[in-house]
Structure formats: C-alpha cells, structure tokens
Write a protein that binds this ligand. Structure first.
Ligand code: G3H
Ligand code: 13P
Ligand code: ZN
Length: 311
C-alpha cells in the first residue's frame, strides 16, 4: 500500500460526520505510537511534518520512517507538510514523496495569499498532490514564530468562496478561536470557539473539507503529571474535547494535534525517570513514552474525532 492523498478520506469524513486526525511527527517513537493506534482503531490517518520537524530529523529520515510504518501496518497513510511557508518548501516536499502540502499564506494580504497558494496548487496538482490553504490567522507558537492574540484574526466567511475558487485548494484551514501550543485560553475564562463562523463557511462551501489547527485539548491528566514530576506548566489549557467533537460533525474533516502528543510523551518521560532514577537506557523511558502517544491518539480517534473503524 503506497502513501495516499487525503481526497477519499475527506469525502468519507464529510459524509460520515467525523474528522480525520492529523498528528505531527518528529521521530520514530512518535510515528510508531500514532500508527499503532491507527492500526488498533482501524482509523484513517494523516501524519504531518513541519519545517521544524524536517530541520530536526531531516526529510529523508522522516520519509523512510513513514514508509516503514506503511509497510508495517498496511494502513493507507497521507503524508502532509504542515505550515509550508513558501513555494520552495512545498515543492521540495512534493518532489520528496509527500502526498499533501499546506501552503500557509495567512500572514500575507488576501491577494498575495491567493497568488502564492495558486502557484503551489498548480505545481502540486500537476503531480497528483493535494493542497491545504489557510484564511484567517491563528494565535500561538509555531516553529519559534509567535503570533500574538492581537495579530491573530478570525476567518471572514465572505472571502472563502473567492479564495477556494481562485486558488483551487483541496481543503481550507480557518481560524475560529483555536491557537497553537499549550496555552490557548486565559485561566479562569470559559474557552469559546466561533462556531457561527464555521457554520457560515460550511454553508458557503457545501461538501468542502475544512481544517482545524491548534486543536489539542491539553489533557489535564498529563499537565498534572508534568507538574508533579518537576515540570512547570501552570495554566496550560486547550480546546475542550466536546467542541472538537461538534466541529467534526460539522464541515471540519481534518483536526491537527501536536501539543497533546508532546505533553503525553514528556509527562511519561518525567514520571519514568523520577520513579526510576537509576535508568539511563533510552529504551527504558521511550517505551512508555511511545505507549502514552498510542493511548492519546487512540482516545482522540475513538472519543473525539469519531474516525475509529473508518479506514
Ligand atoms: O503548528 C505547529 C505544529 O505544532 C508544529 O510545531 O513547528 O514546532 O514543529 P513545530
Ligand atoms: P496544537 O498545538 O493545538 O497541537 O496544534 C497543532 C497544529 O495545528 C499543527 O499544525
Ligand atoms: Zn497548525
């Protein structure tokens, strides 16, 4: 089974009222934990790689590890570039075997975003690869770039049809109040998302797959473990899972999760080393860390995204 695009996955997800999980990968244990969960849950899967992940692990290592996961599990997997910020990085990933790329022109003007996205779409489609675009800007931290709440902006539903028509994108990420990282809402305030924007976008683009970034719930059981074993993450708050469930039943077909995996892995390593101070073999602490990733991903698929059994 070769790597696949997300076209069929999104069609089924839209019709079935669920979302496909897109999980960020940076190393072997993360890839194994996620793909073991997908195999166990018989779930469709998108693995995504950021520019930072490519810099950390090198494109070729991640590519070969994902190919190994496809061979090992027999799963149809889509391999996606997360937050490509230039034509060059998108082209490099397309030429290097990815089946999907995101061109994130959200920091540019509407016209510049359209022009850049269109250029990527033309190249990608000529190679049979799909493209995710973005309209509106999320707050939070990605790849050392911090977008303040003041610089973030909700997606304007009045622009989505023109953007999709002029660019030819295959899916669209929108900003409805989620943000990247582990600190999404002010402690003590009630997390809120602009479901009215999602609903309006859905009406204007019937049948078209919408993507939600910044969708980690920042699971409090793992925050508690981190804080118990020497970490400091006070006030780490994410998107309530019931809101993600609701979005999955609407037009959202792809939900991006990274921070929850980082948190589960770090909590596991901190706990293991605190309880086993004599351990120094990485396999001793990376085995439970990989298990923690598998458990979180299986939970998301089954109880949040609704994609278990849909592969
Ligand atoms: O959206 C950002 C993802 O969490 C990837 O993060 O750029 O630090 O690899 P990264
Ligand atoms: P989180 O930081 O909420 O996991 O978001 C990840 C993401 O959007 C990757 O593109
Ligand atoms: Zn993102």
């Amino acid at each position: 089974m070769p790597l696949v695009t997300s076209t069929e996955m999104f069609k089924k997800a839209y019709e079935g009222g669920y979302a496909v999980g897109a999980f960020n990968v940076n190393n072997m244990e993360i890839i194994q934990g996620i793909t073991e969960a997908a195999a166990q849950e018989k779930a469709p899967l998108i693995l995504q790689v950021s520019a930072g992940a490519r810099k950390y692990a090198k494109h070729v290592y991640l590519m070969k590890l994902v190919e190994a996961a496809v061979e090992d599990t027999g799963l149809p997997i889509c391999l996606h570039l997360d937050h490509g910020d230039s034509f060059e990085i998108c082209k490099s990933c397309i030429d290097g075997g990815f089946t999907s790329v995101m061109i994130d022109g959200s920091k540019y003007s509407f016209e510049e975003n359209v022009a850049l996205t269109r250029k990527v779409v033309e190249y990608a489609h000529s190679k049979g690869i799909v493209v995710e675009g973005e309209l509106g800007r999320l707050a939070g931290v990605e790849d050392e770039v911090k977008v303040s709440a003041a610089d973030s902006s909700y997606t304007d539903p009045a622009q989505v049809e023109e953007f999709v028509t002029r660019t030819g994108v295959d899916s669209l990420a929108i900003a409805i109040g989620t943000s990247h990282g582990a600190y999404k809402f002010k402690p003590g305030t009630k997390p809120q998302l602009r479901f009215d924007i999602l609903e309006e976008v859905g009406k204007r683009l019937p049948g078209f797959p919408i993507v939600l970034h910044g969708a980690s719930s920042v699971m409090q059981e793992y925050v508690a473990i981190v804080n118990q074993f020497g970490g400091k993450m006070p006030g780490a708050i994410g998107v309530p899972e019931e809101m993600l469930r609701k979005a999955s039943e609407m037009a959202v077909c792809k939900i991006n999760i990274d921070s929850d995996l980082r948190l589960a892995m770090t909590a596991s390593v901190r706990k293991h080393l605190a309880e086993n101070p004599e351990h120094f073999d990485p396999r001793q602490y990376l085995t439970p860390a990989r298990d923690a990733i598998r458990e979180v991903v299986a939970h998301k698929m089954r109880n949040v995204l609704g994609c278990s059994g849909k592969a």
